[in-house]
Design a protein around this ligand. Structure first.
Ligand SMILES: Nc1ncnc2c1ncn2[C@@H]1O[C@H](COP(=O)(O)OP(=O)(O)OP(=O)(O)O)[C@@H](O)[C@H]1O
Length: 247
């Protein structure tokens, strides 16, 4: 479904490549985890796949469609949950979602039902008419997620959807994503929560220094890595223990 061929990215003015000749295939209905240390290139790859930025070289297609030729069709088929909140703080949750829905030509009763259903599923219906700036981090993450799925995308990209949220919110988010996946949505997400990725993802890729290091089912990667008991052991054995600070 997603075919990535030899994607490289060098940001303007940067000395090195943030992605280097990366190849990857993601199948329909997968829950695919992009894992890697800080600065590995995960956000860069997701941003390219969502056409927020252009690759320096290489190509990709989603469902056989490319942004160059099929921009409008593709835009309707994908949903994006960015790392930063895309919400308007002085508007209510409902007003925010109405706005995002209208960007995908959703209006009236249909939109209202979709918004209320999603708010209900994510435990937010009673807060529908409260302003976003009164919401906790976990509540904002859940509204951010709803904003990206109202148009029922076939592929959903999420950049660290459970960062900075409590365990309760995290569980609700993961369960909702599993439900979307069971209904046919392909999910590609980045995370630093390796326990979460191990149980949530059908397949993961570990990237480091802009390169794909390994990919496979979590259980296969664990079995193939001597002495590894879980995905975190695999991750540390592949990426090492050195800190990855950058500024
Ligand atoms: N706009 C930019 N201009 C220049 N360099 C950038 C830019 N955005 C990212 N980079 C660099 O590209 C590399 C990959 O960054 P990226 O944000 O894709 O990593 P990441 O794996 O998502 O990291 P994190 O886990 O910290 O979010 C880093 O070295 C980063 O400094």
């Amino acid at each position: 479904m997603i075919k990535i061929e030899q994607i490289s990215k060098q940001y303007k003015g940067a000395e090195s490549f943030s992605l280097s000749k990366l190849d990857l295939n993601i199948k329909e209905r997968e829950i695919f985890g992009l894992l890697g240390p800080n600065g590995a290139g995960k956000t860069t790859l997701i941003s390219i796949l969502c056409s927020l930025i252009k690759p320096t070289s290489g190509t990709f297609s989603i469902n056989g469609l490319t942004y160059k030729k099929n921009r409008k069709t593709l835009k309707k088929q994908i949903g994006i949950v960015p790392q930063e909140y895309a919400l308007y703080p002085s508007l209510t949750a409902y007003e925010n979602l109405k706005y995002f829905g209208s960007m995908y030509d959703l209006h009236g009763k249909d939109l209202k039902t979709k918004i209320n259903d999603a708010l209900d599923h994510l435990g937010l219906l009673q807060f529908a008419n409260k302003k976003i700036d009164t919401f906790s981090g976990g509540m904002k993450r859940r509204v951010n997620l709803i904003a990206s799925i109202l148009h029922e995308p076939r592929v959903l990209f999420l950049d660290e959807p459970t960062v900075g949220v409590d365990v309760q919110s995290k569980n609700v988010i993961i369960e909702y994503l599993k439900q979307l996946n069971a209904q046919g949505t392909t999910i590609i997400y980045t995370s630093h929560h390796l326990n979460e990725a191990e149980s949530f993802c059908t397949r993961v890729a570990i990237v480091d220094h802009g390169k794909l290091i390994v990919e496979g089912q979590p259980k296969t990667l664990i079995a193939n890595n001597d002495g590894a008991h879980n995905l975190e052991d695999v991750f540390l054995s592949i990426t090492g223990k050195a800190l990855r600070d950058y500024a």
